[in-house]
Design a protein around this ligand. Structure first.
Ligand code: DX5
Ligand code: ZN
Length: 232
């Protein structure tokens, strides 16, 4: 698959993977051409569910040579950065909504991005459906990625709101006008039926959880279907 010219990379999320067989699930998705890994850390506060922390990130790290980003759906993300970096995450993606208070948000987000860089990691900011993408424009110089949520965070298997691709279009146009190239990641409800629309809107990374790890396909079959939708 590696010679397929794709419009965007797929970043599998393991939320619906078989955790009893995690290393093999990761190797299967790598064999299917996963571009990088997207690991969803939830603390039961920023979002209602709990998912996993550094131990599972370390287990994925041991199973794959690919790039790992940690999507931190947690309050006080900075308190987790060192553990995530130590476990092998190479990009720390925190929520804009979890940075400081509404009054100090931009400044707090900038400090978090710098903290990630000081740990030798890339920095990304995720935005919930209610947050306008323009809020991030003053921060782009400190970021390596913007992650646009297409669902309310907290649960896999939801349906993407494709109206939110307008944010991706606006951000990609803004970046292009500034002469800047940056990863734009879309997360939530990505499926073969909407993958191409996400890439054409300007997303360069598509997170796919239940589209990769589901009851009806192997990860290789699922990725082949997604790549088919993204072939140039
Ligand atoms: C949701 C997570 C996502 C998501 C992906 O809060 O950030 O990464 O679970 O799963 P699907 O692709 O099933 O929406
Ligand atoms: Zn995610």
């Amino acid at each position: 698959m590696s010679d397929l010219d794709l419009l965007a990379q797929i970043a599998p999320s393991i939320l619906t993977a078989d955790f009893g067989n995690l290393a093999q699930q990761v190797r299967d998705a790598d064999a299917g051409g996963a571009g990088l890994w997207h690991l969803d850390v939830m603390d039961g506060h920023f979002v209602p569910p709990l998912s996993f922390g550094k131990e599972v990130i370390a287990a994925v790290r041991a199973a794959t040579p690919r790039f790992i980003e940690a999507h931190l759906m947690v309050e006080r993300p900075g308190e987790q950065f060192a553990d995530m970096a130590q476990a092998g995450a190479q990009r720390l993606v925190f929520h804009y909504e979890a940075a400081g208070t509404p009054a100090t948000r931009a400044e707090a987000a900038r400090a978090l991005a710098m903290q990630a860089h000081d740990l030798g990691c890339e920095a990304g900011i995720a935005i919930n459906p209610v947050t306008p993408v323009e809020a991030l424009y003053p921060l782009l110089d400190t970021l390596d990625e913007v992650l646009v949520m297409l669902i309310r965070p907290g649960w896999g298997g939801q349906q993407a709101n494709l109206d939110l691709l307008d944010k991706v279009r606006a951000l990609r146009a803004h970046l292009t006008a500034e002469g800047r190239a940056m990863a734009i990641n879309v997360d939530g409800g990505v499926k073969p039926a909407n993958a191409r629309a996400c890439a054409e809107a300007g997303a360069s990374i598509l997170v796919a959880g239940s589209a990769v790890f589901n009851a009806t396909q192997t990860p290789q079959q699922a990725l082949a279907e997604l790549h088919g939708a993204l072939a140039r």
